[in-house]
Design a protein around this ligand. Structure first.
Ligand SMILES: Cc1ncc(COP(=O)(O)O)c(C=O)c1O
Length: 373
């Protein structure tokens, strides 16, 4: 059997990793400014993470959600403490799209409505509801297209207000920082007003922090720059440092009912041990502060480089916009300079390194980038 060919691949076979570096099968070392698509939060193969998962799988890898799982409670209490959301509840699933599915479903159970407001250039995943609220017609199949979603311009509060005052909107879903859309940051004032209008109209505010959360922006959640509290926050990617896992943080306004949400694999023992290890390391090694410090440094240094049209981002979520397609630039970075980077659209280079990136590694990246500009 061959693989279903949906990914355009780089000709590199990565077989090991350590911190912010990975190695291919020929022994070539690469600097990882991509984090396997924002997934590697605490660094590749962190010893505490390896130990926790290894010990857990040798005891018990999985049991179902029909029995007490104290590891889930442990994830919830640590996550509540580090994020400042102690009073919220946690529901665990397996992927980002699934987190958004459950967030939207919960919102609809709560207020009985079904229209959703999402934003131009948004990305929320590829499953049924998640892809429907994603602003990319190319990946929305006819079976997903129910016409329930209105896409509006980011930062245009008056248009949002007009729609929400029709009082038929179930939820607004918005990324803490748009990733796939090109590292676009919603204005703090826009988020504050959005929070107010959602409350006034009984609309659920869902913050998709799947890419921008878990410390990446230099705060635990990107929306915390605006000082708001959403009704539901979705997390994935960095939560398990590569172990497939996701969650939704749920405000106390939602009342749980047995059976309203459910999953076979979500919150399993092995996933929880990965998530606990991640939170341990984030706290112990002050990785949110590190993302803020090294991210600010990178942003400032990158802004000094001529030939880059725009440099934007927060913490270690950075976009470099060029006047031209960066396809060849990205290839040169990978094959000549041995640096992994990401992309948004055609012209934006996206940096999403592990949150443990050091100042020396940031300097190393800048000099490798200058070599190809
Ligand atoms: C903001 C955002 N939401 C949702 C998703 C979907 O996550 P997953 O691929 O784990 O389903 C992504 C993935 O890139 C994302 O960046």
């Amino acid at each position: 059997m061959k693989l279903f060919d949906v990914y355009p691949l780089f000709d590199v076979n990565i077989i090991s990793g350590k911190g912010c570096h990975v190695w291919d099968d020929k022994g070539i070392e690469y600097l990882d400014l991509y984090g396997g698509h924002a997934v590697i939060s605490i660094g590749h193969s962190h010893p505490h993470y390896v130990k926790m998962i290894t010990e857990q799988v040798s005891k018990l890898g999985f049991y179902s959600n029909s029995v007490i799982n104290t590891l889930q409670k442990d994830v919830a209490s640590r996550l509540g403490e580090i994020s400042g959301y102690n009073d919220y509840s946690l529901f665990l699933i397996n992927s980002g799209a699934e987190a958004n599915e459950n967030a939207l479903k919960l919102a609809s159970f709560h207020n009985g409505r079904s229209r959703v407001i999402s934003f131009n250039k948004s990305f929320h995943g590829r499953t049924s509801l998640a892809v429907e609220v994603t602003n990319n017609p190319k990946i929305v199949a006819p079976i997903n297209d129910h016409g329930q979603v209105t896409f509006l311009a980011l930062n245009d509060i008056e248009t949002v207000r007009k729609e929400l005052y029709k009082k038929d909107v179930c939820a607004v879903i918005i990324e803490g920082i748009q990733g796939v859309g090109g590292i676009k940051i919603p204005d703090d004032s826009f988020l504050k007003q959005l929070r107010e209008v959602c409350t006034e109209t009984g609309t659920v505010l869902i913050l998709d922090e799947i890419q921008s959360g878990y410390g990446r922006s230099g705060k635990f959640f990107a929306h915390q720059y605006a000082g708001i509290r959403p009704d539901i926050i979705t997390v994935a990617k960095g939560i398990g440092n590569g172990f497939p896992m996701s969650g939704i943080l749920i405000s106390p306004i939602f009342k749980p009912v047995y059976g309203m949400l459910g999953t076979t694999f979500g919150g399993n023992h092995l996933a929880c041990s990965a998530a606990i290890a991640v939170l341990d390391v984030m706290k112990e090694e002050h990785l949110v502060d590190n993302a803020a410090k090294v991210g600010n440094y990178l942003l400032n240094e990158l802004k000094k480089i001529e030939g880059i049209k725009d440099v934007r981002g927060r913490g270690l979520m950075i976009g470099l916009e060029f006047d031209y397609s960066i396809k060849d630039l990205r290839k040169s970075l990978l094959y000549d300079q041995h640096v992994f980077t990401g992309v948004s659209g055609t012209n934006v280079l996206r940096l999403l390194p592990p949150l443990c990136l050091s100042m020396d590694e940031a300097d190393d990246f800048i000099s490798r980038l200058k070599n190809v500009l």
